[in-house]
Design a protein around this ligand. Structure first.
Ligand SMILES: Nc1nc2c(c(=O)[nH]1)N[C@H]1C(S)=C(S)[C@@H](COP(=O)(O)O)O[C@H]1N2
Ligand SMILES: [Mo]
Length: 522
């Protein structure tokens, strides 16, 4: 390896030391305070809407992985550069580390849940990285002098570099690189493992016994599932439930530390602990959650049995002021949603949920507590890891996505999806069952119709609807004829309103338009 190659390696190893040591310090300070998650979170916050949508469009739910990959590449390039420019007497590379380390510390400080201790991972990591960089560069300069290359001052270079010296100096550098690299990897790994085990709440969650409900729901009517192969099941198992959130590191909130504060425009501020919930009466409800970013035909929608506590009761105890019209819910990681106070208190089963399909909430779905509001898209209602309800007004407060161009109000639009048949299957003429799900949460589904090509709209048969707050399965038997056919579907809600045909994108308040599939029959 030449002096250049060794310098690049020295830069990368030292940057590794920064990140590794930072991970170790973050065990004490908090996982999200480490440079990668802190900068990643900051980038997510600052990304302009256009870029954000492009990223979500292009990478879908792997957008977080892509972000970390890009940050990794940037880190390696900056580190290599720092190694190349560092000199014992002109520590330009170290200065570069200080600048980037400082940015990481600032990014950590701007996180909503940050305390001042959040600067320590980046600061101590950078300090360790610079020590390693300086010591490696000293050895590389010795090597460069011995090899008679590089920019080491000529007066210090031996007049006649002996080949043996060069080999020896190189070995010293390589040994330093290996030790530094091992230390970086070791610190990073230990930091990650310790961090994961010390804060991880998966174990505690597994031990939770949900409260029993005095008025349990009857078993879900088997008629809710048409049992057609390929058709989405009425209840979505937790493991298959879509996940959407801005959290790069899943918040780990212990029920022992959790509390919910209801404050703002209220007569009586309330703080509830998890233990306090035991004295309250829980309810159990079937509710279909949907994401405003769900495209026509998309799968960002799922149905579960939620167990929780009525929000109207909780809010009534706080006594909201008559001028208040919004509840700004806030999560442990600082995300916010703004829900109309009127919707939360109009008698529908808006709840502070602690259970999902008979288990404690999965950690990614908001353990220990989240909001579930029938009829509102998740971005304006379904706050996971919820810790605060601030009673306020729409003209005073803006929630996370509203600041980024999405509508302040997000009632769920009536929609439907065609699940079967799959257009990838080879299909032959004869009877084919077309089936899917339709939803109009809190209004219910009165009908679904299907149209083949430019034919008449024909009614589909409907599964049992156990609750107007959930989706409803439908099916249509079609006598398929040879050729290429396009099949359309549309739903009508419980109020008799049919979904609009007009195709609109998900931003600002949800996609519209009829779903369709095109099939080859032969
Ligand atoms: N803390 C937090 N809660 C959140 C979000 C988030 O980014 N952070 N995203 C919301 C959005 S946009 C949706 S669609 C739902 C998704 O809930 P799920 O991941 O349990 O399906 O959570 C909502 N709650
Ligand atoms: Mo969403």
């Amino acid at each position: 390896m030449t002096g250049r190659g060794l310098r690049v390696a020295a830069g990368v190893v030292s940057a590794g030391v920064i990140l590794g040591v930072a991970e170790l310090v973050a065990v004490l300070a908090g996982a999200e305070s480490a440079p990668l998650p802190a900068v990643g979170d900051w980038v997510v916050d600052q990304t302009p809407d256009g870029v954000r949508e492009w990223a979500i469009d292009t990478f879908g739910t792997s957008d977080k992985t892509v972000l970390f990959l890009i940050m990794g590449v940037v880190a390696v390039v900056v580190a290599a550069l720092a190694g190349l420019v560092e000199r014992t007497r002109r520590p330009v590379g170290s200065v570069l580390f200080v600048v980037f380390g400082g940015c990481a510390a600032l990014a950590a400080l701007t996180r909503p849940q940050a305390t001042w201790t959040w600067i320590f991972p980046a600061v101590l990591g950078t300090w360790a990285g610079i020590i390693v960089l300086r010591s490696l560069i000293r050895r590389i300069e010795d090597f460069e002098r011995a090899a008679g290359t590089g920019s080491a001052p000529a007066d210090a270079a031996p007049a006649d570099p002996a080949a043996a010296d060069v080999a020896l100096e190189r070995r010293i550098v390589v040994r330093g690189l290996v030790i530094g690299g091992a230390a970086a990897a070791g610190a990073g790994l230990v930091g990650r493992l310790l961090g994961a085990s010390s804060r991880n709440v998966a174990g505690e969650r597994a031990e939770v016994t949900l409260p029993s409900v005095t008025a349990p729901l009857p078993e879900v009517d088997p008629g809710a599932d048409l049992r057609i192969p390929g058709l989405t099941s009425y209840l979505t198992p937790n493991a298959d439930f879509y996940r959407i959130d801005t959290a790069l590191v899943v918040p780990q909130v212990s029920k022992e530390d959790w509390s919910l504060r209801i404050h703002g425009m209220v007569d009586r501020e309330i703080r509830l602990t998890y233990a306090d919930l035991a004295a309250r009466t829980p309810i159990e409800r079937l509710v279909t959650l949907a994401c405003v970013s769900n495209e026509i035909g998309g799968d960002l929608i799922g149905n579960a049995l939620w167990l929780g506590y009525r929000l109207d009761e909780l809010l009534a105890e706080a006594v909201p002021h008559p001028e208040a019209d919004m509840v700004l819910s806030r999560s442990k990681d600082g995300w916010t949603a703004g829900s109309p106070l009127s919707v939360l208190t109009d008698g529908r089963d808006a709840m502070l949920a602690v259970g999902m399909n008979g288990e404690a909430l999965p950690v990614v779905h908001g353990y220990p507590a989240r909001l579930v509001v029938p009829g509102l898209y998740g971005y304006v209602s379904a706050t996971k890891w919820v810790t605060e309800l601030e009673v306020t007004r729409f003209d005073r407060a803006q929630a996370y996505w509203t600041k980024r161009g999405w509508s302040a109000y997000g009632p769920i639009k009536t929609g439907t999806r065609i699940d079967v048949p799959s257009s990838r299957k080879s299909l032959t003429p004869g009877r084919i069952t077309v089936a899917g799900v339709a939803w109009a949460q809190h209004r219910g589904i009165r009908g679904v119709e299907v149209r083949i090509d430019q034919g008449e709209w024909q009614p589909a048969r409907l599964a049992v609807e156990p609750s107007i707050d959930t989706w409803r399965q439908w099916a249509f038997d079609w006598e398929a004829t040879p050729g290429t056919h396009t099949i359309w579907a549309r739903a009508t809600d419980g109020a008799g309103e049919t979904q609009t045909e007009e195709r609109r994108d998900v931003i600002p308040d949800g996609a519209t338009g009829y779903p369709s599939i095109t099939l080859q029959i032969r």
